[in-house]
Design a binder for this molecule. Structure first.
Ligand code: ZN
Length: 388
């Protein structure tokens, strides 16, 4: 609220200065007998350029660029028309040429304020549905996929520990709960982070034992280790790298849901186009595929949030919730680590793009948007229970 008040104050100061400059130039030009409209437009343009720089540096604290200038000019084009129409209207009504501009500016500012007020206060269209966020708390082994000699259990674990804590910060800031699919490697190397996950009310599910080399026996081993460490029943499983997993074995070991499917087309990684997009029961286990958009099956997993324009990602989330009644996706702790500062990891641009703080901000923006529209955040376990 204080932030809103402050930006309103800045809006008024910048607008007031712009109006003063505008009127000053108009007045001076009239003194040297310039035509009224020419004087008014000159004043408008000069104060407009000044306003642009002031808005960039002062109101939004960002560097002015030509692209921003074009956007700024575009958004002010209607405003300019309003000024010229009003000025000529008032002059035609017989109002004195030194008074008319003051009236024009007052009306134009009122209109501008009303438009801004509507943009910021118009109630967002509500959505009804659930959102399940998940995070794969695993040892960071991606550099090995890119040919780097890398010790995932020491160097990799530092990255993951940092990342899970950042994710927990974000969940805490937004007041939502999520599901953490943990490898036993992570659980055993970062017990203090596991404690925080539990303490802050999130669900712990299984992501196997070793992320680099998943073995069939890890399905049962991971459940035993995680249950022993957390003192809670583990209901869900996600296979490392979303590899296929034996559903009968999951059922036998007492798992109730499996979140190892990505029904998108991602060349070289997943090609499950014939799979259902939404949850279904198979071999007595609830399958919860990662959300993709209806029809085109645009993937909404971690890489998409790094690389799509944020507005598009948010719009697709809302579309999926309206269509399916729920949305779920998955991220990794290392995405919240400043990967761009580490060329030695040899990660491709699409992974480094918007990593670290930028990823934190993006995730927070998505959660805030969905939350403010009425979507309900829950864990995978809670979702599975709700449709039992
Ligand atoms: Zn994983």
């Amino acid at each position: 609220m204080r932030d809103k008040y402050r930006s309103f104050l800045r809006f008024c100061i910048v607008g007031g200065c712009a109006a003063a400059v505008h009127y000053g130039i108009y007045y001076l030009l009239l003194m040297v007998s310039a035509p009224v409209n020419a004087a008014y437009i000159s004043g408008y343009l000069i104060s407009f350029v000044g306003n642009f720089f002031a808005t960039s540096y002062f109101t939004f604290s960002s560097r002015p660029t030509w692209a921003r200038f074009a956007g700024f000019a575009g958004s002010h084009a209607l405003n300019f028309l309003l000024h010229i129409v009003l000025l000529n209207l008032f002059l035609w009504m017989g109002i004195h040429k030194l008074v008319a501009p003051v009236m024009v500016m007052a009306v134009a500012m009122l209109v501008q304020y009303t438009v801004l007020y509507m943009v910021y206060h118009f109630p967002a269209r509500r959505i009804e549905g659930k959102v399940m966020l998940s995070f794969d708390a695993e040892e960071f082994d991606v550099p090995r996929e890119h040919g780097v000699e890398w010790d995932a259990l020491t160097e990799g674990m530092n990255v993951s520990r940092y990342g899970v804590n950042r994710i927990l910060d974000c969940m805490q800031e937004c007041g939502v709960h999520a599901t953490f699919f943990c490898t036993t490697n992570f659980a055993e190397h970062a017990p203090e982070v596991m404690d925080r996950i539990l303490r802050e009310g999130h669900e712990v599910a299984s992501h196997g034992c070793d992320h680099w080399q998943p073995l069939p026996v890890h399905v049962i081993q991971s459940k035993q280790v995680l249950e022993q460490q957390t003192g809670q029943t583990v209901y869900g499983y996600r296979q490392p790298r979303m590899f296929p997993v034996d559903l009968q074995e999951l059922k036998r070991q007492g798992y109730t849901y499996n979140a190892s499917l990505n029904p998108a087309f991602i060349p070289g990684r997943y090609m499950h186009l014939n799979m259902p997009r939404t949850s279904f029961v198979e071999e007595g286990v609830l399958q919860i595929p990662a959300s993709v958009s209806p029809w085109l099956r645009i993937p909404m997993f971690w890489l998409s949030l790094h690389n799509f324009p944020l507005w598009l990602y948010k719009a697709l989330c809302r579309r999926i919730i309206r269509h399916d009644g729920y949305f779920n996706t998955y991220f990794h702790p290392w995405e919240f680590y400043p990967l761009s500062e580490h060329p030695e990891f040899k990660l491709p641009f699409i992974i480094r793009n918007h990593s670290g703080q930028a990823m934190y901000d993006r995730l927070k923006a998505v959660i805030t948007d969905l939350n403010s529209r009425g979507a309900v955040f829950c864990t995978y376990r809670e979702y599975a229970q709700s449709i039992e």
